[in-house]
Design a binder for this molecule. Sequence first.
Ligand SMILES: C[S@@+](CC[C@H](N)C(=O)[O-])C[C@H]1O[C@@H](n2cnc3c(N)ncnc32)[C@H](O)[C@@H]1O
Length: 341
Amino acid sequence: MAAHEQSPDRYPEHIPVLRDAFVDALFSDPDGYYVDCTFGRGGHSRALLARLSDKGRLLAIDRDSEAVAAGEKLASEDGRFIIRHSDFAQLEKTLENEGWEQVTGIGFDLGVSSPQVDNAARGFSFRHDGPLDMRMDTGSGLPLSSMLAHVSERDLIDVLRNFGDERYARRIAAAILKAFHARTLHSTSDLENICFHAVPKQARYGKTHPATRSFQALRIWVNGEMDQIDAGIAAAMSHLQPGGKLAVISFHSGEDRRIRDLIEAQVHACICPPEMPVCVCGRRPTMRWLQKKPLRADEQELAANPRSRSSMLRVAQRLSDTEAKKLAGYSGDPLMCGELH
Ligand SMILES: C[S@@+](CC[C@H](N)C(=O)[O-])C[C@H]1O[C@@H](n2cnc3c(N)ncnc32)[C@H](O)[C@@H]1O
C-alpha cells in the first residue's frame, strides 16, 4: 500500500492533553449539558461522560469526518452522547438545531489530532510523505496545493509570520513559491526539503526541525483556523448558562493570544477611554477568568506525552446578570452603568 493510501484505522491513538485539568475545569453538574467542540478520538469526551449522570448530556462536534465516524461508534454505545459533523463557525447553528440554548460547559482542544498528523495521506506532517492537502475537513475548502497556486509572496510571508512566528518567513515563502511555479513542489517531503534549505545553515539543526513552524502556519491558513476560533469562542460564550464554564486548550502563542483577547473583551467589556471618570458606554462584563494565566502540562505528562509540551489551558466562567451588574457598579441608568475606571 502506498504511503498516500494508508488506512485511517492504523492511527486510532490520540493521547488527550491536560485531560483531567480540562475536565475538572469544565465540569460542575453531573446532570448538566456539555459541548466538546473538538472530539478528535474522544479522550476528553469519554472523561467527561464518566462524570455525567443518566440525565447529563454531551454534544460533540468535529469538522473531520474520520473523527465523526469514531464519535458515531461512541454514540451508538452511550445514549447520553451526540456527535455532529460541524465546525466552530457553525457552532451557533448546531446548538440551535439541537435546541441547546444554554449549556453548562463548552470545551475546545485546538489543533490537529495524532491520527490526522500520523496519516500521511492527510498531508499534515513533514515526517511522512503525503499530498499537499492539510484540510481537516476534506469535503470542503481548498487543499494547500490550490491555496499556493493563488497566493502572492507578500501574503505567504504574512501567513508564515503571523501563524508560525517564523523568523525566516521571507526566505521560506520565496523558496516555496519558486519551487511551486517551477513544478518541483508536489508533496510534504518536497515542502520539508524546501523549508530546510531555505533557512541559513546554522538554523538547520536546532531543537525543532526548520519546517515545523511553516507546516503549522500553512495548516492554520488552509483551515481558516483563526476565523474559526473567533466564531467558535464567541458562540460558546453567548450560549453558556450563568455559572457555565469555557475551557480552551491551545498549542501556540498566536492562538493563545487570540483566545485571551476574545475572553478578556467580555471580562473587561467597557470600551470608554481611560480618562472618563465613570463608564458611559453601558457595556457590562459577561465573563470572569477562572484560569487567566495558562495552565501547562506537568513533568509527568510531559514525559508521557511530548505533544503536551506546548499546551496551554485557559478557563473562564459566565457571570449571572446580578454578578455582571455588581462588577460594573451598575447605577440603574442604562446609559450610565457607573463602572469606575
Ligand atoms: C487536538 S484534536 C482533539 C483531541 C480530543 N480532545 C481527544 O481527546 O481525542 C483536535 C480536533 O479538533 C478538530 N477541529 C479542529 N478545528 C476544528 C474546527 N474549527 N471545527 C471543528 N473541529 C475542529 C480536529 O479535526 C481534531 O479532530
